[in-house]
Design a protein around this ligand. Structure first.
Ligand SMILES: *Cc1c(COP(=O)(O)O)cnc(C)c1O
Length: 410
């Protein structure tokens, strides 16, 4: 990359810079469209979504004021409401991903609590399995130190949550996860919702990964209980095959959005708003904002529920096939049957150091990109299968590569 780049800000411009840098980036990319690139919740983007994103870049509407984005703001209003309705919410904010959605969820919870003039700041209660962005958001927003409940089985145990909610004083925000980043596990959402209602706690569900199951008729029931949350994180640059960024935060109570109300005369003057111009500043904590809704809208309409559901089913079925392959292979150990599309496995009898070394070896050789996770007191290799074009034969090849990497030639 250093050679391709040369001088970063040359005195005279170089007309072939686009060609050179795109080539260099392509040559050194971890390509999510490669079946053996399966470490993270990182998807090969759909061609139509990528094309829509390019159109968005060229047109460059900015969603901080209506006069910069009349059509894009109308599109965003329609699509976010429709997506919100999928989870029985009233509205959804467009975000840069799960991290920003989680931050906004905590912000709305903090402000709703202030509005209710309750005593004390709201405290986050989450499982150890929760995404790191949740405790980080609590820190960012100046909330009290979060309470973390151990999750030895990988999901939040309702009995442990009940104990915590019984013992803790003051206003509480429970965050549950539908699709953990490490293992793709789904917390017992109906039981958690029940407990939150019984204890008067607010509920946020981080469905950044699992939210995509909504598109599948066969798998939607795995998300039962999701609609009982006050706020829901969704992330279509995971099981939605969007180019980054395509996050959403669905909000159940319209009143919660009042917290984001904000006025800047040059963007949303009172008299403009009174005269009927849409007020966009209150739909984000950002100012200038890309129309990420365009690629989402194009995708939803091009593929339809059936098309998206088929992609979700494809990767989930593939994960089941891969798990079955590992189960019957004497050289490997399977963590568990996958809940979504993440498969954790390790060479039978391997030490944690070997597991880590195998992953690095594959990375160094450029043969495969797989992840790692620590669960049940040991280290696992992680294959996050999000590529609908991956075939079982690719996964057989992956196992072979792992075997070879375990016994590298001297
Ligand atoms: C990926 C993920 C996030 C973070 O989303 P970004 O889009 O990377 O900001 C949050 N929560 C869960 C459960 C995730 O899987």
């Amino acid at each position: 990359m250093r050679d391709a780049l040369g001088e970063v800000l040359p005195v005279e411009g170089e007309p072939d810079a686009l060609h050179r840098l795109v080539r260099a980036l392509t040559a050194g990319t971890a390509d999510p469209a490669d079946p053996l690139c399966a470490a993270h919740l990182h998807t090969p983007p759909l061609a139509v979504a990528t094309a829509a994103d390019l159109a968005a870049s060229a047109l460059n509407p900015s969603l901080d004021s209506w006069d910069q984005a009349p059509a894009a703001s109308a599109l965003e209003a329609l699509v976010t409401r429709a997506l919100a309705a999928e989870v029985h919410a009233v509205d959804a904010l467009v975000t840069t991903g799960g991290t920003e959605s989680n931050q906004l969820a905590l912000l709305l919870a903090r402000e709703a609590q202030r509005q209710a003039q309750g005593h004390g700041a709201i405290r986050l209660v989450c499982g150890e399995n929760a995404h790191h962005s949740l405790p980080r958001a609590a820190w960012l927003l100046g909330l009290p130190e979060p309470v973390t409940i151990p999750t030895p089985a990988g999901t939040l145990d309702p009995a442990a949550l009940d104990d915590a909610l019984t013992q803790l004083q003051g206003p509480l925000l429970v965050a549950a996860t539908a699709g953990t980043t490490d293992a793709g596990l789904i917390d017992p959402l109906p039981e958690i919702a029940e407990l939150c209602e019984a204890h008067g706690a607010r509920l946020h569900i981080d469905a950044a990964y699992g939210g995509g199951l909504l598109f599948s008729d066969r798998r939607r029931a795995q998300l039962d209980g999701l609609t009982r949350a006050h706020t829901i994180t969704l992330d279509l640059h995971k099981l939605g095959w969007q180019p980054v960024a395509a996050g959403l935060l669905a909000v159940r109570d319209q009143a919660d959005l009042a917290a984001l109300r904000h006025q800047a005369d040059y963007l949303n003057a009172d008299d403009d708003t009174e005269a009927g111009l849409p007020d966009l500043l209150g739909r984000s904590a950002r100012t200038t904002r890309r129309p990420d809704i365009l690629k989402i809208a194009v995708t939803l309409k091009t593929l339809g529920r059936t098309g998206l559901g088929a992609l979700v089913d494809q990767v989930c079925d593939l994960a089941q096939e891969f798990a079955a392959l590992i189960e019957t292979h004497p050289g490997f150990e399977l963590y568990d049957r996958p809940t979504i599309s993440t498969v954790l496995f390790r060479p039978a009898g391997a030490s944690d150091d070997t597991v880590a070394a195998v992953r690095r070896q594959l990375l160094h050789d450029g043969r495969a990109v797989i992840g790692r996770a620590a669960l049940d007191g040991c280290r696992w290799l992680k294959a996050t299968l999000l590529n609908p074009h991956t075939r079982p034969g690719d996964l057989t090849a992956l196992l072979k590569l792992v075997e070879l990497a375990q016994h590298p030639h001297p």
